[in-house]
Design a protein around this ligand. Structure first.
Ligand code: CP
Ligand code: NVA
Length: 307
């Protein structure tokens, strides 16, 4: 029996666990590409709870669970009791008695924390206002595939200090790399909200060009995240100069890759030239959600597998 583990934020795992997971994701991906069935989670059930919209997260978890031999059940706020005020603690008790693993996409981090505290099975954060650990797991796996170890490298984060940015900052502390952040004034990183141990792994830059200089990876995200739609108009004005363009890519390392978790808004946070250009790895990044999360689910349900 493995001890109960959750994946609620990036710093829940150690560097050593990530080394295992990246190697495991590669093994699982290679097997999948050879069309070799692999069903370690036969007869297991994943419950996916969505309080916000999704394409990639739903698809990668649902397809991933099926490919591992299990099944996945989709619940959303609209047509479950979750939208009618059932306490999250009660939902955690009940849902975890009928399933083997749970993934939740919701608003405040506190909701996944409370659910997990009442769950008998592993809980995965599929995005909250504060964090998006599954995405950064896939992003770093993608970086490793393209460029090797991320240790000591520099990631330039351009735009909003949102759930993605916070998770990159946590990852930098766990895996020992640097993040150069450039946000418009008033949207700076809040280290405490980001859940950081310190500030040694990141630097803030007023000018996005300075953040991109010498970076090995340039990345951005939407100016308005889900749940913040009321601020959209104000954000469109504030973020206008934080669009990743060819000029920003030209001051990054010549081998720099561009990433975006998607969905993207061409002409807002990134130009079409960059996201559809030769340095962009966004389609590999999206695909790798599948492989990385298969490794994650296997690890959370079964523990380490030595092949
Ligand atoms: N990147 C990501 O999480 O995409 P979805 O919102 O489509 O799940
Ligand atoms: N920061 C975005 C990511 C979407 C995958 C959001 O929270 O809406």
């Amino acid at each position: 029996m493995t001890s109960l583990k959750h994946y609620l934020q990036f710093k829940d795992f150690s560097r050593e666990e990530y080394d295992y997971l990246f190697a495991r994701a590669k093994w699982i991906k290679d097997k999948f590409k050879r069309y070799e069935p692999y069903h370690p989670l036969f007869d297991r059930t994943l419950v996916m709870i969505f309080e916000k919209a999704s394409t990639r997260t739903r698809l990668s978890f649902e397809a991933g669970m099926q490919q591992l031999g299990g099944s996945a059940i989709y619940l959303n706020t609209r047509d479950s009791q979750l939208g009618r005020g059932e306490p999250v603690e009660d939902a955690g008790q009940v849902i975890s008695r009928m399933s083997d693993i749970v993934m939740i996409r919701t608003f405040e981090q506190d909701i996944v924390e409370r659910f997990a505290a009442n769950s008998r099975v592993p809980v995965i954060n599929g995005l909250t206002n504060e964090y998006h650990p599954c995405q950064i797991l896939a992003d770093i796996f993608t970086f490793i595939e393209h460029r090797g170890s991320i240790q000591g490298k520099t990631v330039a984060w351009i735009g909003d200090s949102n759930n993605m940015c916070n998770t990159w900052l946590q990852a930098a502390e766990v895996l020992d790399f640097n993040v150069h952040v450039s946000t418009p004034p008033g949207y700076e990183v809040e280290p405490e909200r980001a859940g950081l141990y310190g500030t040694a792994n990141f630097e803030q830059f007023a000018d996005p060009m300075d953040a991109c200089r010498g970076a090995d990876l340039v990345t951005t995200d939407v100016w308005t995240s889900m749940g913040f739609e009321a601020e959209n108009e104000e954000r469109m004005k504030a973020f206008a100069d934080w669009c990743v363009d060819a000029e920003m890519m030209s001051v990054a390392h010549k081998d720099a890759v561009f990433m975006h978790c998607l969905p993207a808004h061409r002409g807002e946070e990134v130009t079409a030239e960059v996201i559809d250009g030769p340095q962009s790895v966004v389609w590999d990044e999206a695909e790798n959600r599948l492989h990385a999360q298969k490794a994650l689910m296997e690890y959370l349900v079964l523990g380490r597998i030595e092949n």
